[in-house]
Design a protein around this ligand. Sequence first.
Ligand code: IPM
Ligand code: MN
Length: 370
Amino acid sequence: MKKIAVIGGDGTGPEVIQEGLNALRAIQERFSIDLDFIHMPINASRYLSTGETLTQADIDQLNACDAIYLGAIGHPDAPPGVLERGILLKLRFHYDQYINYRPVKLYPNVHSPIRSATPDTVDYVVIRENTGGLYTGEGEFLNKGTTDEVAKQQMVYSHHQVARCIRFAFETVRKRHQQSPWKGLSADQLAEGKIGQLTLCGKTNVLTYVFDLWQRVFDEVALDYPDVVTNYTHVDAVCVHMIECPNIFDVIVTSNMFGDIITDLAAVTQGGMGVAASGNINPSGLSMFEPIGGTAPSFTGLNQINPMAAVGAAHMMLDHLGFPDAARCLEDAKIAVIQKMDSMLAGKMGFKTSEIGNMIYDEICHMPAL
Ligand code: IPM
Ligand code: MN
């Protein structure tokens, strides 16, 4: 039995999570997997009425869980940063979820704003370092409120933080290409026994301390992975390539702040916020899976948000929990439903959040035996 903490959160978070749970129930029946869902009221409404963000009681309850399934947290009335630092980032830091795993995959029939994009050309993974760098918030104000004010925020990385993230990224390349090598490799690379590629995304030409460390650690760890082609691209050029030639990427590894930015750009190329999901992973601890769309306050209760991203988070979670067949089945059901739809934007094409959820549920129940 696996215990899943469900944090629907705020805005449209609970609506999309409900559809993800619906799909997970169908998967449970089909695969005889025992999942116990524990709903937790960690959200902005609670903060606005009690002032509490993440409490010790929450942590005690989460400690007994195997994964966290999160909708979205945020509220227009909460001051900027309070809920982010108090809940979302606190969960990431407390549970040392040092990897942000972001598949960037354009499914057939999903609209991408890149005209030339196809499911063959947009299919890569971004590994974002998730607990360090600018996000640790080390900083200070000097002479605050005066015209002599100076504000500082430091980007700090240790060898340990960088090495474990880069190693995870190399392992991701191997996991992706266990069966067959990445299709972007040249004949020569295949002949040399390469199976995939890892790109380090940084800014070595300007951030000459932090990315010097990243580059050195990258080269060090690469010695253990002779089957992986390695290269380096500056973050600004990565943005250009994501639009112009996304097919050159297999796995990208990068720092927390750069990863935050490039994964939103990547999400747009794969069909947007309604589709993209992320895993906040501690490979030996409690991990958390979420759609990346946010709370979308103006859509709350309208049943209009695409739940595909929440379903994406759910199959990532199943895979992480050690149910790869069930994860594949859920992803296949999602793809099948997308195939049945003309366009991916739930509101625009007349599908409601719950209708899409029901279609996925039915698809799982009626899929032929694996
Ligand atoms: C994300 C989000 C968060 C981040 C915010 C909400 C703090 O944008 O998961 O990418 O910046 O990491
Ligand atoms: Mn972000």
